[in-house]
Design a protein around this ligand. Structure first.
Ligand code: SAH
Length: 254
């Protein structure tokens, strides 16, 4: 039997949407987390909530690799847009991930993970390319994806797919001053979240492919906490299900 693929969701609503499409999920409880083993689009998967923050997500990833022997980890969640033009309702597919709160300078260069000599972890190109393709396809019809009401409420007109640097840290970035500082120090960063680069580091250590896609829920500014819960329920979880589902459906049968 082929090793499963891990689908890691950042938010409860997203996981709920994924589980609703799994015909056969079995719950396995490890380290206080519920891992859902089953199939999605005919592919063997383990779906799990990452929990919030770098350490929590790293533990989740390690359990997926050690206990469930997953052959790849795909992370799906929401993030705050940083670069100009990365707007609410857009999708970022990471090519590289960095921990913006890692700083052991002057012993090591800022952002570098000590003793690893790495500050940017590379996402798997094959999976990321495939996710970007399905994202482009799905976002062509935002109303079809989330319904007219949610599309109007969140002003989703022509959502875009961006590819590039995704940054992670143990902070919910919710002031214009902080997002401005991140933009100044890391001008290439497209979006900020709290887990991706930690999971990328774990996958790097294990030599297992990793990819991340994030729906932009806010602009990491003073309004960042606005309609967060509603956005996740009405937009991000639908994006997540559509994109992950479409990607899995295109994989060769195992
Ligand atoms: N109020 C939420 C808290 C979520 S924390 C709740 O009740 O659950 C924010 C989550 O979304 C994290 O998983 C993080 O990865 C992502 N995120 C979205 N916008 C973010 C931002 N502006 N800064 C940091 N993380 C953000």
């Amino acid at each position: 039997m082929a090793a499963p693929i891990a689908i890691v969701a950042a938010m409860h609503e997203e996981l709920k949407a994924l589980l609703a499409q799994m015909p056969d999920e079995q719950r396995v409880r490890v380290a206080g987390r519920d891992f859902w083993v089953g199939h999605l689009q005919g592919q063997p998967v383990v779906a799990v909530l990452s929990r919030i923050g770098k350490v929590a997500a790293a533990v989740t990833a390690t359990v997926l690799l050690e206990r469930f022997g997953v052959r790849a980890i795909v992370f799906s969640g929401v993030a705050g847009g940083l670069a100009p033009g990365v707007n609410v309702g857009d999708v970022v597919v990471a090519t590289e991930l960095l921990q913006h709160d890692m700083d052991a300078s002057p012993l090591f260069p800022k952002y570098e993970v000590p003793l690893m000599g790495i500050s940017r972890f590379t996402a798997d190109a094959v999976i990321s390319d495939a996710l970007a393709v399905v994202a482009e396809e799905s976002l062509r019809d935002p109303v079809g994806l989330v319904g007219q009401e949610a599309a109007d409420e969140f002003g989703l007109r022509s959502p875009k797919v961006h590819r590039g640097l995704l940054i992670s840290g143990d902070r919910f970035v919710s002031t214009a001053a902080e997002s401005e500082a991140l933009r100044r120090h890391l001008p290439k960063a497209l979006a900020v979240e709290m887990e991706g680069a930690a999971v990328a580091q774990v996958c790097h250590d294990y030599g297992v492919p990793f990819a991340a896609m994030r729906t932009i829920s806010d602009r990491a500014d003073d309004e960042a906490h606005g309609d967060f819960a509603r956005f996740v329920a009405e937009v991000a979880s639908r994006y997540s299900l559509a994109l992950v589902g479409a990607w899995l459906a295109k994989l060769p049968a195992t």
